[in-house]
Write a protein that binds this ligand. Structure first.
Ligand code: FAD
Length: 591
């Protein structure tokens, strides 16, 4: 008789059943037993910054997948394992007699290291491992190879590289399976006798020094759950098990493969929208509905296959072409947007771990954010050429915090940052505005600090895209036109002269006349009183004895723009990169 095939399918970046090359490969083995799992990874649980909105999106996506499995086979579910993969997987294949381990390839620097370790352990244990690419349109390692082994730094390079892989056309998506084999029996699945090495359980305490969410989880030790969870059923944890108060979840955006497919189908049915989509013409001020697809969190969690997205769009564009209707073209159209995603994934894949920071990173321009070349006094007196000053770091820290909390006193920036905090998503050009403002076009604070805030707040946080775009906006890589700066007043006004986005997310300004909505500090005091909000203070409080208040702008933007531009000119003149010797040994700072 043939040996039983006990296949462990490890879901990570692919919380879906449709178009998953890895899942397809697993099921093509004709398993006698099939066990789809998710393991909590302490790297993401503890080392990353994950806000309540993204947690909630993840749990919803897991629940949806678990339900889809149960719908196909009432004995099935997504089996949630509460322990780190490196320590728990060997226990699983011992306990369950696993013969095959299958998962989707993940090119993130940390994931590669983790997966390398897991593959070695599997080989030692005689478990066969199958890994398939499916998170991107093309295998990004292949893109890197076709780009001469170098990081892809422009769309032209990506287009050229993918042209050499299947003529730039990704493979067609695969249908979702129509049946799923059984898992083991409940008794055989039981892991009560297996020693639990706490580190991966969602509720255990971690090093508070590195754990941004320590306060969320500090009460959850008592909910210590073991590998199988508090009910012993490998169920998807409730927010409370993770230590998150459900009231903290404010995002209206829902997770799950069913939600993603419905959203995509809605866009695809609107052929005009698909054919005419041009990113630069979509408004950053639009909300309910937003002007772009908002499919990014689904691509991040793999609840939507990027190849399905690409092909569904492509099919509409082909149809329009035949009907002699025009389509927008790359890079501003939707396929172009997906290629930007490939560009950042491939750049990250080529550089590896240093991609995420300045230090040691060969592709990023080194900017000493502690030095600026002019003071406001220099500007007033037309002086300061060639001099360098230490930035007042206390002042910069206050600006950073006010930016993060949406109380800079510039309503356009504050509305966007509050939308980000509440909902976990803002439009691409909104991200441009706030990122430019924090770095080279306002506060002169390092892009790495902004990227950390985005990492915590975004529901679509994707390391490669987040880091890559922050480098772009700070003109440290990918883009160099630092003299092109976003005004926190004129840019928003162009898109939204009525200030509707501001009225929505800074409700204290809702009654201001549109003449002052972008610059409320200019409104006469009598009008401020009439409109029910005084512009005063630093935003640390939202009311005073007179009622509602909104902060004064934290600096003179025009003055800051001049200072930043000058400092950027200096940094470009110095011309250091993240892995230059001077940067690595710190001599540039000492000089
Ligand atoms: P659409 O315009 O509908 O585009 C469709 C898809 O194309 C997106 O879902 C996304 O997967 C991809 N895409 C579009 N633009 C970009 C881009 N510039 N870079 C990479 N992929 C793109 N995107 C993330 O997915 N995760 C991040 O963590 C992230 N961080 C960012 C940080 C900054 C500072 C900036 C400026 C941009 C960041 N982006 C990030 C890129 C972009 O803003 C979002 O992908 C986009 O706004 C998502 O909305 P959407 O799905 O409606 O996009």
């Amino acid at each position: 008789t043939a040996k039983p095939k006990i296949v462990l399918y490890w879901h990570r970046t692919d919380l879906r059943l449709h178009d998953s090359p890895a899942l397809n490969a697993a099921l093509s083995l004709n398993p006698t037993t099939f066990i789809p799992i998710w393991t909590w990874d302490p790297h993401y649980v503890y080392k990353s910054r994950v806000g309540p909105n993204r947690w909630s999106f993840l749990l919803e996506s897991q629940k949806a997948l678990s339900t889809s499995y149960s719908n196909l086979n009432p004995r099935q579910q997504l089996w949630l394992i509460r322990e780190a993969p490196q320590s728990v997987l060997p226990k699983l294949w011992n306990a369950w007699g696993v013969t095959h381990l299958v998962f989707e390839k993940d090119e993130d620097a940390y994931a590669r290291e983790r997966d390398g370790a897991v593959v070695r352990l599997a080989e030692e244990a005689g478990v066969e491992v199958i890994v398939k690419s499916g998170r991107t349109l093309f295998d990004v390692d292949e893109i890197v190879r076709k780009n001469g082994g170098k990081p892809t730094m422009s769309m032209a390079q990506v287009e050229k590289a993918v042209e050499k892989i299947g003529n730039g056309v990704p493979e067609r998506p695969i249908d979702a399976p129509s049946s799923i084999p059984d898992p083991l029996t409940r008794d055989e699945m039981d892991l009560k006798g297996v020693k639990h090495d706490g580190r991966g359980d969602v509720g255990s305490k971690s090093d508070p020094g590195t754990d941004m969410n320590a306060d969320h989880r500090s009460t959850t030790d008592k909910q210590y759950a073991g590998i199988m969870g508090p009910k012993g059923d490998f169920g998807v944890p409730a927010l409370e098990e993770i230590g998150i108060d459900p009231a903290e979840v404010q995002t209206p955006h829902r997770g799950g493969e069913n939600v993603a497919l419905e959203l995509l189908a809605g866009y695809i049915a609107d052929e005009e929208y698909i054919g005419r989509f041009e990113k630069p013409n979509t408004s950053p001020a639009a909300f309910e509905p937003q002007s772009t697809t908002l499919l990014s969190p689904h691509l991040h969690f793999g609840t939507l296959s990027v190849r399905k997205f690409w092909w569904d769009v492509q099919d509409v564009m082909e149809k329009r072409k035949k009907a002699k209707k025009s389509n927008a073209s790359i890079p501003t159209n939707l396929p172009g947007q997906l290629l930007f995603r490939e560009m950042y994934f491939a750049a990250h894949a080529a550089v590896g771990e240093p991609f995420c920071r300045t230090y040691g990173n060969p592709m990023v321009r080194f900017i000493d954010w502690h030095l600026q070349s002019k003071t406001p006094e220099d500007i007033a007196h037309g002086e300061g050429e060639g001099k360098l000053y230490e930035v007042d770091s206390d002042e910069a820290e206050v600006w950073f915090l006010r930016w993060k909390e949406g109380r800079t006193g510039f309503p356009w920036i504050d509305a966007l940052m509050r939308q980000l905090k509440q909902e976990g998503w803002i439009h691409h050009l909104g991200r441009h505005s706030v990122a430019c403002f924090l770095t080279r076009g306002g506060c002169y604070v390092s892009w790495e600090r902004g990227a950390e805030v985005f990492e915590e707040m975004l529901i679509d946080h994707e390391t490669a895209c987040n880091i890559g775009n922050w480098m772009w906006l700070s003109c440290t890589a990918f883009f160099a036109q630092f003299y092109r700066c976003y005004s926190p007043i004129a840019f928003g006004k162009k898109w939204d002269p009525e200030g509707n986005l501001i009225r929505r997310y800074c409700p204290e300004l809702a009654k201001f006349d549109k003449k002052y909505i972008y610059e409320p500090w200019r409104a006469p005091i009598a009008d401020q009183r009439k409109w029910g909000c005084r512009v005063t203070g630093d935003g640390s409080s939202s009311t005073n004895e007179d009622g509602k208040i909104y902060p004064k702008p934290m600096f003179d933007f025009d003055e800051r723009r001049t200072i930043c531009l000058d400092a950027m000119k200096n940094a470009y003149h110095v011309g250091l990169h993240g892995n230059d010797k001077e940067v690595k040994d710190g001599s540039w700072r000492k000089a």
